[in-house]
Design a protein around this ligand. Structure first.
Ligand code: LFR
Length: 496
């Protein structure tokens, strides 16, 4: 197994990548944390990057799935070539993307339309209809899912006709087109609003009242299980051996990211900080209390049957949408410049609620932020740095509030906060978070999602061993992490 490499397809709302991941030790002993060989480490090589984003087409906000799938094939071909050049073989492929969205496939296996994006507003109107049939308290007691207007359950209620169709979540759709096998990966199934949080199965009793076909989704597959091998046509197009397998990973990107949080102890909180911020705890059982529902905490499924007890807090989408708006007006500063200017502004400035649904759709973000600040009675200065600081102060406050709520609702106390994903590189955000939570923040790795994807594949292949703590130690050994203390001064950290 030495020399085996894994391909991770990791697609987020704003970009996608195909990555080659390797697990190595000093001694070459696969997966062993040996004294002589040094700890097992994971290394990643990005072989292909491509942009993603919602597009307006066919009367809605959609993903250009055909383009994404073409990029996946280009990336897999590049990965295969890079592996061969190093005398390696790709053992398997794992796929993760954002959650909740799906494509509808007919009996012939054809995608009937480009998938809607969760940022499309159509599902909002379906919420009342769904809740008229199934009470929100009943839904929460079964699914433990936080209410978000775009959860799959509300999107499906907006579909005119599901007869003869199957819904494949985005990573499952990619996996189906690669292998011909239709399954639903469990961590992502848990974001649909149709999954039983305790049983870890489809909540079949919810389908009838909603008029959804019983077999709308394929049967479940767990992270680590093999889905199948490449279709001959795909092997030919990518140049990969037809025996290459597709292995289910935490196909919900957040599940893969949480699996790769480099925690060294049990009592940690995590923030997977990217387009969204997913803020919470890893638990062994769901929390389905009324207080948890009112606080809108979710019980999504993690790798190895864990519960991702978290809340969606607004994310760097607020910042990237501002940058997009400013760029349209001809103002295109480097992000570092904006953050430096934001860092030197005095503390205690205006804050908005970063989770406000008003921020979900793409539109003029600085205006929306300014309006939200006005609604709190504050006046946000016009200059971009003030808007950036308001976003980051608001996110840090949201992180702190959410972690405190999670501790209270789950009855645990955490000693440290891990920030992974793109936000871990934002020193100002990390420092503000340390101050707002009063806890040390450990930042990194930035590529947690791809690492979680690779580690689950490596374990399935026998190259890595153990449970999540062992997988996490592989992450910790291979990444340099940065620590922020609550008492550090912001000006000292802002530059890096
Ligand atoms: C993060 C994420 C979140 C989910 C949102 C929409 O990328 O997957 O976990 O709530 O995207 O799918």
């Amino acid at each position: 197994l030495a020399g085996s490499v894994f391909a991770a397809v990791d697609i987020g709302a704003s970009s996608g990548r195909v990555i080659l991941g390797r697990i190595s030790t000093g001694s070459g002993t696969p997966g062993a944390n040996t004294a002589d060989g040094g700890p097992a480490r994971a290394t990643l090589d990005v072989v292909h990057r491509f942009p993603n984003g919602v597009v307006e087409s066919d009367g809605g906000l959609r993903w250009d799935f055909d383009a994404l799938f073409a990029e996946v094939l280009t990336g897999l071909a590049a990965a295969g070539k890079a592996a061969v050049e190093r005398g390696e073989t790709i053992t398997s492929i794992g796929i993760d993307t954002w959650a909740v969205d799906y494509g509808l496939v007919n009996a012939a296996g054809e995608l009937t339309a480009q998938p809607y994006s969760y940022r499309d507003e159509r599902s909002r109107a379906a919420v009342a209809r769904v809740h008229g049939k199934l009470d929100p308290a009943r839904l929460y007691a079964t699914t433990g899912l936080q209410f978000l207007q775009f959860n799959t359950i509300y999107q499906l209620a907006s579909e005119p006709d599901l007869d003869g169709l199957q819904a494949l979540l985005i990573p499952d759709l990619i996996a189906f087109l690669l292998t011909g096998q239709r399954r639903t990966e469990a961590t992502n199934a848990s974001t649909t609003g149709l999954f039983d949080a305790v049983a870890g199965e489809w909540a079949t009793e919810l389908f009838g009242p909603l008029g959804l076909p019983k077999d709308l989704f394929p049967t479940l597959i767990q992270p680590g299980e093999t889905l199948g091998t490449l279709l001959p046509s795909i092997a030919e197009r990518t140049g990969l051996p037809a025996a290459t397998t597709v292995v289910a990973v935490g196909s919900h990107d957040t599940a893969s990211a949480v699996a790769a949080v480099p925690a060294e102890q049990e009592n940690f909180a995590y923030i997977s900080s990217g387009t969204w911020s997913l803020v919470g705890l890893e638990l062994h059982h769901p929390v389905l209390t009324e207080a948890s529902r009112v606080a809108n905490f979710t019980n999504e499924r993690g790798v190895d049957g864990t519960t991702r007890y978290l809340r969606n807090v607004g994310g760097l989408w607020l910042l990237s949408e501002c940058q997009r708006t400013w760029a349209e007006g001809g103002y295109r500063p480097a992000i570092g410049e904006l953050l430096d200017a934001a860092a030197v502004l005095p503390p205690g400035g205006p804050r908005i609620n970063p989770d406000d649904p008003a921020f979900i759709a793409p539109d003029n973000m600085p205006d929306r932020i300014r309006a939200a600040a006005r609604n709190t009675g504050a006046v946000l200065p016009a200059e971009p740095a003030a808007v950036v600081r308001c976003i980051l102060d608001s996110l840090a406050a949201g992180y702190a509030r959410t972690i405190a709520d999670a501790e209270r609702l789950a009855g645990v106390a955490v000693d440290v906060v891990h920030i992974v994903g793109g936000g871990s590189q934002n020193a100002l955000l990390c420092q503000l978070t340390a101050q707002a939570t009063g806890k040390p923040v450990i930042a990194g790795p930035v590529e947690a999602t791809a690492l979680g994807n690779v580690l689950v594949q490596a374990r399935a292949a026998g190259v890595a061993t153990g449970g999540l703590p062992q997988l996490r130690s592989i992450v910790g050994a291979g990444t340099s992490l940065r620590r922020y203390e609550p008492l550090d001064l912001i000006a000292n950290t802002a530059k890096s």
